[in-house]
Each structure stands twice: as C-alpha cells, then as structure tokens.
Design a protein around this ligand. Sequence first.
Ligand code: FE
Ligand code: CA
Length: 532
Amino acid sequence: MTDRQHRLIALNRRNLLRSFGAAAITALALPVGAPVLATPAFRNYPFQLGVASGDPAPDGFVIWTRLAPDPLELDYRMPAAAVELGWEVAADDRFRDVVQAGTAVARPELGHSVHVEVAGLQPGRPYWYRFTAGRERSLWGCAKTLPAAGQPIARLRFGIAGCQHYEQGYYTAHRHLAAEEPDFVFCYGDYIYEGRSSKVWNGGETGPLENVRQYVGDELYTLSDYRRRYAQTKMDTDLQAAHAAAPWFVTWDDHEIDNNWVGDIDQDGTPEAIFALRKQAAMQAYYENMPLRASSMPRGPQMQLYRQARYGDLLDLNLLDTRQYRSDQPCEDRWGVACEAIDRSDAAVLGGAQEEWLLGRMRASDARWQALAQQIMMMDLDRTPGEVRTENLDSWAGYREPRRRVLEAVREQGRGNTVVLTGDEHQNYAGELHIDGNAPGARSIATEFVSTSITSGGNGVDQRLDTLLIQQENSQLKWHNAQRGYVMCDVTRDLWTTEFKTLDNVRERGAQIRTRHRMTVEHGRPESLADA
Ligand code: FE
Ligand code: CA
C-alpha cells in the first residue's frame, strides 16, 4: 500500500470518527475485507515500544512492532479489538523507493504485536522499514538480508548482547552497539528479569547500592505482568536504537521465565503443572515482544526456539535453547563442589531431538565457520582458587556427558572451525574447550567466547582478583574481564576476531565505549587462540 492510500484510509477513518463522535480511545468496526477490524484513534503515541527486525534470511526478515499507547498500564490502553497496521519496506532510508508494502493485523490475543515475515527481497543488502496505524507512524528501522546460502563471502561482523537488568544500569552499551552497524545481533537472553521491583540491591564488592531506575510491579506471573515488563524495557531508546540498527537473532535464558528454570522445573518446588502455566504466560509474552517467525509461536508451555541461519558460505549460526529440554541441575543446583550426578549418562542440556538436530547440522555443514550461539558456559572451569574445586552447576560443567558428546562430535569432524558463543555469566571470558578442562588434551577442540552483560551486575571491575587466581588454575582460560558491554565478532575466511567492548560506568548515562581486548583464532587451528 502506498503512502497516499494510507492517507486516504486514514482520512476515511477520521470522517467516520468525526461522525460517530470519537472518545479518548475509540474502536470502530470497519470492514476491510474480512475479518472486520477496528481502527482506533490513540490518545498517546502508540509506537512507544519501537520497532525491531529479526531472523533474517537471504530473501527477507521479520519486522516487528507492538501498539501500546500507555505501555505501563496493564491493558496498555488498547481496545479489546484487532487493529490494522500498514507496513513499508524501502530500499533507502528516506522511503523514496518503497519495494514492498502491506497491511497486518495487531490482535489483542497477541498483545497487539505484529510479526510480518517479509519475503521476496534481494540477498545481502540493507532495507528500511516502518509502520503506520491510523494517523500514526512508527520510527524506522534498518534490517539486512543474509547473503544467499553457500555464496562465497569474505567478511561478516556481528554483535552479541544480553543480560540487561533494567534496574542495575543504563543501556548505553546498546547505543554503542547500534553505532557499529552490525550485520546482525545475537541476543543470548535475559532480555528481562522476572523479579519484583527493588529500590536497592546488594551490589557485590562495594556493598548495597541504590538501583539507577526501577521496574514497575511485583514478580512476574501473569501474561499481563510479563507484557508490562517487556513494555517498560522496550521504552528505553538506547535499546530501541540497537533493534533499529540491525536484525536480531534472539534466544532466551532463564530470566525470561524464572531464575534457573530448566525443563518443567522451577527452583521453588512448584508443581510442574502449575509452573507450566507460568511458562505458558512468559513464553507468550516473549513471542509477542520478539521479532520471531510464526514457527516460534508458543503452543501451550512449549516454544520452538532452536534454529539455524547460514551466512553465505562463511558461517553456520546454530542458535540453541539450553533451558527448555534440560534435565534438572545436579547436586541441588548449587554453585559449588560437584557431586556424582554431574556424570549422569541420562542428563540432558539440549535434549534428544535438539542434540540430534545440532550434530546432524554440524556434520552436514560445509561453511567455513560454525558457531554454537547459546547461553551457558561450556568451559568446565574450577571456580575456586586453591585446593577446593567448585563448578557452576547451572552451566555445561554440571552436565559432563552431554558436554562430552558435543565436544567429541566437534573433534571427530576435525575441522577446527567451531566457536561457542555464550552469555549468562555477566563477565567476559575467552578460552579453549577440552573434553576435561582439568586435564586438557594436547590440542584445543574449539573456542569459547563468553559475552558480559549489558547492565546486569552494575559497573563491575576490569579484573577480579579471584579470577586472576582462577586463571592460574585453569590453563584453558585465556582471558577474563568483569565490566559491562557487548562483544563484536569480525569473521573472515581465515581469521575469527572477537572484540570485547566495555564501559567503565553503567550507573550514569552516556559512558564511552572502548575495545578492551581483542582475540583471534585462525581457521582450522583452535589452538591458535591468542591476544591480538
Ligand atoms: Fe543474566
Ligand atoms: Ca543454578
């Protein structure tokens, strides 16, 4: 639909509104083919949650928005009716050359979100998109299609972000990530945190801290609760900038639902059938607020989130879900001394179907590089300096058999081209992967880069003293830092370069970003991981 057609429709609706006498929010049934749609006049700007694009393919991507004139109200002040939106995709940022346009329906069942799967575009180039609703127009975003699968590609540059506790800092890092103009962003999860609003928190080494801003509401249980938390998070314009700059591949970690949940189990001993109801609400809100394809729409308390994207012949990006199919954390889910259960042969991280899918995809891959884009640390670090050995049992370290199976499969391929991308830890780490980190093999099997948080954990420190000691006991760990920020991966045919971007301060707005550290690994030689 052209701009002019939109204006004409808007004009007709205005006339209708005038003749019926518009209330502050008015929903009128207006036949636009079938089904019958409503066309509201908005008291406030309805696009306050911004726009986003995601899951790019060679011929298109998802474009997303959600109408919310009063985002922090539980009904976000939208009528209980479906609303028609217009959308445009242009070849230029002035929208002079609109290459596709259409309409979509924002339905109350989906929190008045739309997920338009745009197809039929050219591979490997940027496009600009925006929405209209009634007389209102959204800001615009930029999305890039992937290069054609298998096409020779010389270079790719993408960002990694996640763990963005709203109360513990400002999203300055997202503003800087946007300025990088990455080809895409991988979000490893903890997009929201489900806890109740709090004025203070125990900010680690420095003692109690006042939060720089506060969540609205109590701990999240209902669909309305989760919706409102996403709305509050998405009102942040630094975050909106990062979404508007590039398409995102999103996955979740635990806090989109509940701290350290796995499978059907939360941490509080809630009956599984009851926790399933909370999961269902959280998954629906996640889908509503993320630029995901319809193939990820939740069905009951289940959601298909693992998937693969191929960036020409340069990279196969395997996006994993390490929460939904995982067996319970061993040894009572403590961060501490491991018990025998970490060696259980029936333990699962990916679950049977996802693991079979991943290993099959990796075997079939002829891409130059393979990435496992996921959540929890795969390095099995000894986390305590000195005699005592402790593990993070919510990471792959608590699941030795599934970990061994994946690493054996990578080793058997003999390509030395696998990079594991991780979040969750709220710190930066880079290191080698071995079957047993305590007794590393002669040759590293793959490389792991762990991205720090956008804000979670507050300012942090450049180097933690305990981690320097831990590094001495873990020869596979090559670098560490505990500040906030994001990671950029610059991938060429022969060299993978990871840049750790950090900020000194997330408790004040406008902090500068710097490339704190750069590491490289050569194609085919995971043992070559080194500072650059
Ligand atoms: Fe987190
Ligand atoms: Ca845990």
